[in-house]
Design a protein around this ligand. Structure first.
Ligand SMILES: Cc1cc2nc3c(=O)[nH]c(=O)nc-3n(C[C@H](O)[C@H](O)[C@H](O)COP(=O)(O)OP(=O)(O)OC[C@H]3O[C@@H](n4cnc5c(N)ncnc54)[C@H](O)[C@@H]3O)c2cc1C
Length: 457
């Protein structure tokens, strides 16, 4: 019989797991090494989150995340909208009416800290949860093959279950790991947040809340976020020290201003920076296998088990999907922790592993292409990836649109566009003489590095 549960880590996976399990009647201790969020959402930008440095980078919350929030934690979803998060309705292309019965699809961009703030608000109102902030879990305590609790700074918190949601650098999972697969994402991020001035229209939201630029030798985007904030991001190869200058504020601003598409929001008077330029390096796709000796009741979730390239914006959805699965499994097998662990393993194998493999493949291809540009080698002309082509052609054929969006939003499998139906529909659209609109490419690699050099970067 499970009565007490410790959730180690209060990021996306930990906060949502604690909320779902407490609502099922479990007594939950949530232990988070960082301090609590500020009372006032207006001060959220100052919240220190050294335990989850990605909080200071932009976050896209894909359709899967939005769907799970709406169905599993509807009060949190409503609260998020009430606190300045705008959803992008992707049920049909912009300006086109969705056919009757079309499946509702939406996503949003938001500061990660805002999403966590809203989850914290729900947890504070929730009975059955004890929140411990500023406390690090050091070790899982197990005896005779079963979890007995966790050792925190100077004490033991007893429990029957330990949900390890301590993220990509989990200090706990190493003791129970059989094998780790790792493959570099091949990117370093440089991001900065801004707030739009009064009266300046928000950035457009087409396929997702982002204005794209780059793609040859680097990536770049302007991401619309909550409460009239937005972020500009550049991603570069780790070994590219020319673009490594982006870590300097003046060089970053020079590069951002060299992107014509960002002009309407970055022009003087249109916005104010609300933070420094922050880098994030050491990014990997990783996949972890647990050892057969893992004690019953130790249940890792989210980034502890699998990390994927942030460019693809998938990790938060996987974290929430894992929490929802765990909640279902605890409801189905309340007295059988072996069955819960096996069910969780089956879920990550079937629903997350294919995306991990998809991401590794994409990163290898993208890194090869970026390296060719940076090294000045001739690049083969890049066609549109099939998923992007299908989304664009979807403006002519709703079924194509739906299929492409379901995949892009993690609600259909990575290979779900590889079907005779999709190929036939695409061929039919192309046979009408339709051509995909030219996506604005932004500055070339040489133009970006020239802009940096012109500013002494
Ligand atoms: C630069 C960047 C950008 C990203 N952008 C996106 C995006 O756009 N969309 C998306 O879906 N995903 C994105 N991701 C991925 C996403 O952030 C993660 O997949 C997600 O945060 C995983 O959630 P988690 O709860 O498993 O881990 P985390 O969010 O990392 O949470 C772990 C928590 O555990 C705490 N902790 C750590 N050690 C201990 C300890 N010993 N004791 C107690 N607490 C501890 C940490 O402080 C933290 O709060 C991005 C990642 C990066 C690096």
């Amino acid at each position: 019989m499970v009565s007490r549960i410790v959730v180690a880590g209060g990021g996306i996976a930990g906060l949502s797991t604690a909320l779902l399990l407490a609502r099922q009647g479990y007594a939950v201790d949530l232990v988070e090494r960082d301090g609590p969020p500020p009372e006032d959402l207006g001060s959220i930008q100052e919240w220190q989150r050294p335990g989850a440095p990605q909080v200071r980078h932009p976050h896209m919350f894909l359709g899967l995340f939005r769907h799970l929030l709406h169905t599993r934690l509807p009060d949190v979803h409503v609260d998020l909208i009430a606190h300045g998060v705008d959803e992008v309705d992707m049920t049909a292309p912009p300006g086109i009416e969705a056919p009757a019965g079309a499946r509702v699809l939406a996503s949003f961009g938001s500061r990660r800290a805002t999403v966590e703030w809203v989850l914290h608000g729900a947890l504070r109102k929730q009975t059955g949860v004890r929140l411990h902030h500023g406390l690090s879990v050091r070790e899982v305590v197990a005896d005779q093959g079963r979890v007995r609790g966790v050792r925190v700074d100077g004490a033991v918190i007893e429990s029957d279950v330990v949900v390890d949601a301590t993220g990509r650098r989990s200090p706990l999972v190493g003791a129970f790991t059989k094998e780790v697969e790792e493959s570099p994402c091949g990117t370093v991020y440089h991001s900065r947040f801004y707030r739009l001035s009064d009266g300046v229209p928000k950035p457009p939201t087409f396929l997702v809340p982002v204005v794209f630029a780059g793609g040859a030798g680097f990536g770049g985007g302007l991401y619309a976020h909550d409460d009239r904030t937005f972020a500009v991001v550049f991603a570069r190869l780790p070994e590219d020290e020319t673009l490594g200058r982006l870590r300097r504020t003046d060089a970053f601003e020079a590069a951002a201003n060299a992107v014509a598409q960002f002009g309407p929001w970055l022009r003087p008077g249109a916005c104010e920076p609300i933070g420094d330029v922050v880098p994030m390096a050491g990014l990997t796709n990783s996949w972890r296998e647990l050892s057969p000796e893992t004690p019953a009741g130790y249940l890792p979730l989210g980034d502890v088990l699998c990390t994927t390239d942030p460019i693809l914006g998938r990790g938060a959805s996987f974290a929430l999907a894992g929490a929802a699965q765990l909640s279902d499994l605890m409801a189905r097998h309340p007295t059988d922790l072996e069955a819960v662990a096996a069910g969780l393993r089956a879920f990550v194998e079937s629903d997350i592993r294919p995306w991990y493999e998809d991401g590794v493949h994409d990163d290898v291809e993208r890194t090869r292409s970026w390296r060719a540009t940076v090294d000045g080698l001739p690049e083969p002309p890049a066609g549109l990836p099939p998923a992007v082509l299908a989304a664009l052609a979807g403006q002519q054929d709703h079924r194509l649109w739906e299929q492409a969006q379901l995949r892009a939003n993690l609600m259909a499998a990575p290979d779900s566009l590889d079907t005779p139906e999709v190929r036939e529909r695409l061929d039919a659209v192309l046979a009408t003489g339709w051509e995909p609109p030219v996506l604005s490419p932004g500055p070339s690699y040489a133009e970006l590095t020239d802009a940096l050099a012109a500013h002494g970067g």
